[in-house]
Design a protein around this ligand. Structure first.
Ligand code: ADP
Length: 261
């Protein structure tokens, strides 16, 4: 049951009573659980054939190369790139269903933060020639958390920065050490000079399925899940994630994590 309390006002706008009602939400909860189960099942079902198709494409690519069939080789690479996109969409759906089901199990350990940033930046830099990712990192610190999951957040923020700055060529990545409420934290930021996010959308940008509409925003593909997943991962680590808009265009996404005591 869901309890709803509402004040009852008299003619002078004074509260004279509080009325309570209850609402049976069993059915609503069951429906939402069914939806979560469906999401989990559907994404698992999609994952298997896509993995198999990817393997076939790789075999196809190899034999095209051996046969010196340039067109087939080029085509199979294009197919692989599309399959990779599909795979990451499915991974997003799986992550959402894990988050919703409270099953985002973190594998936490101490790891070197800059080493993680360096390896992610190098990996992402290889995917783009148009953008240059410039690093400004403080002395490295050890962070306690799930290295892969935090790496996933960094990958996501960087790929968004690239995706939403089609005209610009520089992306800054920096870290800062701050002390807040007597605790040392590391702040990581990605700054781009792209299309930016309208002020009206900023508050909701970390919500599930939320995407900016209007303008030419619809030309960028996506499900609106990436930032939601990022914010959940950071929250599960006890950190915070936020967005700063820049007047001169572009955005800065940052997250902070607690450092070892
Ligand atoms: P999507 O997969 O749709 O990109 P995200 O959750 O990663 O989903 O982002 C949500 C929305 O936030 C995007 O649809 C886009 O409108 C906006 N957005 C995210 N990152 C940026 C950025 N760096 N610059 C401009 N807009 C962005």
């Amino acid at each position: 049951y869901d309890y709803i309390f509402s004040p009852v006002f008299d003619a002078n706008n004074e509260i004279v009573a509080v009325a309570g009602t209850t609402r049976d939400i069993t059915e609503m909860r069951q429906l939402s659980e069914q939806k979560d189960e469906f999401l989990a099942m559907a994404s698992h079902e999609l994952k298997t054939p896509v993995t198999v198709i990817k393997a076939y494409t790789q075999i196809f690519h190899r034999s095209a190369q051996e046969a010196n069939d340039k067109q087939a080789a080029a085509l199979s690479l294009k197919m692989e790139a599309q399959i990779d996109k599909l795979t990451s969409r499915i991974a997003e759906l799986l992550d959402v269903s894990r988050i919703q089901g409270g099953k985002l199990h973190l594998q936490e350990k101490h790891f070197d933060f800059n080493e993680l940033i360096d390896s992610v930046v190098e990996e992402i830099q290889r995917t783009t020639q148009r953008h240059q990712i410039i690093r400004r990192l403080t002395t490295s610190k050890k962070v306690f958390g799930d290295q892969d999951r935090i790496g996933q957040v960094v990958i996501n923020l960087l790929t968004n920065a690239i995706k939403y700055s089609p005209q610009s060529d520089v992306i800054y990545v920096y870290t800062k050490l701050v002390n807040e409420n007597q605790r040392d934290r590391i702040v990581f930021s990605v700054e781009d000079f792209g299309i930016g996010i309208p002020e009206a959308d900023q508050e909701r940008i970390f919500e599930r399925f939320y995407r900016v509409t209007g303008g030419n925003q619809n030309t960028y593909p996506g499900l609106g899940l990436g930032l939601y997943i990022c914010s959940e991962i950071i929250k599960w680590h006890g950190g915070t994630i936020w967005l700063e808009n820049k007047k001169e265009g572009g955005s800065i996404f940052s997250f902070s994590l607690l450092l070892k005591k």
